[in-house]
Design a protein around this ligand. Structure first.
Ligand code: PLP
Length: 390
């Protein structure tokens, strides 16, 4: 096959959809401040409010429950900050529980809070990386203020039992947050069905622009001004609106809602084609996570190649025009094995040799076949050079 460019890092970020680029271009002259009362300001506000409606529809929320942020990192941080204040005021409920496989946007915030003297505890996962519900339930008690469990993991693609975890948290009167950043556009996300109080999402993970996201706050759940300044977002999140990005996010939300079933069907087909091709053509591979469609994001395939370093595989694939990732993008650059895979009991050597393939809507069967052609000789070459025998 001729050399191709095959982007398989869609969990790190996605290319904006054509429709998103188009609507952002159409609105590039909409420079009015959405808070101004004149015509240009009101037009900008109309765009912002249309987008708010689209995000709300996507997750089955109400418009007033949607707060625009700069992305899921800010949304997650905000939830922890709200509860920091709540705990300061009512210390009889002073515990926060998160899963041990959350994104650094939550894990690092949790560690920071621990350093400041707050009690954040990490609920373990089972051998596929799914929350261990029994152990989690035993951690719950009447002094838990907040539980935060992601809806789907960025590295393994494992879908967490959020509905059940939220039901249990509520038996003890705790509030529940889910980071749905990786789930949006890939599986159905319905805040009412999940019964969550807070939800984070980020535009660039589902073909929208970067630097724009949302925090959903259920009506009646605690909320505090977390960026002080003007009266935007009803005074809770100040700062002049990034109108163009918000409109782009609105378009991406509309597309995610309309295309969900087709997209997710296609992604699963490609994922399975890739998995079968790898398993057939490369000896000794370990698929991390699960191959059960009900437990796995449709486009994510995480594979360990014993006796081969993930970073070497990544660089050789890059030379062939194939873009993948080892562990989470935020952790790359360091040679630390993935804490997500280690948490599910994968030995360090296997975690070192893991590659995350994350497919997106622009990938084709030809892309997958190209990877299946290029990858086996790369693994063979690296294994021959390797002194490790895992
Ligand atoms: N949460 C999850 C599960 C993610 O995958 C990411 C991005 O990698 C984030 C949060 C952070 O999103 P952002 O960098 O857009 O704020």
């Amino acid at each position: 096959m001729d050399k191709r460019f095959v982007y398989l890092d869609n969990n790190a970020t996605t290319e904006m959809a054509d429709e998103v680029k188009e609507i952002m271009r159409e609105n590039e002259d909409l420079f009015g401040n959405a808070s101004s009362m004149h015509t240009l300001g009101r037009d900008a506000e109309t765009g912002v409010e249309w987008a708010r409606g689209e995000v709300a529809r996507l997750i089955n929320a109400e418009k007033r429950e949607i707060y625009f942020t700069s992305g899921a990192t800010e949304s997650n941080n905000t939830v922890f900050n709200i509860f920091r204040d709540i705990i300061d005021e009512s210390p009889e409920r002073n515990r926060i529980i998160i899963s041990s496989v959350e994104h650094p946007a939550s894990i690092e915030t949790a560690k920071f809070l621990n350093k400041k003297g707050y009690h954040v505890e990490f609920a373990p996962v089972d051998h596929i990386g799914r929350l261990d519900l029994d152990k989690y339930e035993k951690m719950l008690s009447d002094n838990v203020a907040l539980v935060s469990i992601m809806l789907a993991n960025n590295e393994s693609g494992i879908i967490q039992p959020v509905r059940e975890a939220s039901r249990l948290a509520k038996l003890y009167g705790a509030y529940f947050h889910t980071d749905a950043t990786q789930a949006i556009g890939k599986i159905k996300v319905d805040v009412k069905e999940l019964d969550v109080d807070y939800l984070s999402l980020s535009g660039h993970k589902f073909y929208g622009p970067k630097g724009i996201g949302v925090l959903f706050v259920k009506k009646g759940a605690p909320m505090e001004a977390f960026i002080h300044g003007g009266h935007q977002e009803r005074g809770f999140r100040a700062g002049t609106y990034n109108t163009q990005a918000i409109i782009g996010l609105g378009k991406a939300s509309e597309l995610a809602r309309l295309n969900l079933d087709n997209e997710s069907e296609k992604l699963w087909r490609l994922r399975e084609r890739l998995r079968e091709g790898i398993e057939k053509n490369i000896p000794h591979v370990v698929v991390n996570g699960s191959n059960d469609r009900n437990l796995t994001l449709p486009g994510t395939l995480n594979v360990s190649f014993p006796s081969a370093e993930g970073e070497s595989i990544l660089l050789y694939l890059d030379m062939e025009g194939i873009e993948v990732s080892t562990g989470s993008a935020c952790a790359s650059g360091s040679l630390e094995p993935s804490y997500v895979l280690l948490a599910s009991g994968l030995p360090v050597e296997l975690a070192h040799g893991s590659i995350r393939f994350s497919l997106g809507k622009n990938n084709t069967e030809e892309d997958v076949d190209y990877v299946i052609e290029k990858l086996p000789p790369i693994i063979e070459k690296i294994r021959k050079m390797s002194t490790r025998k895992d």
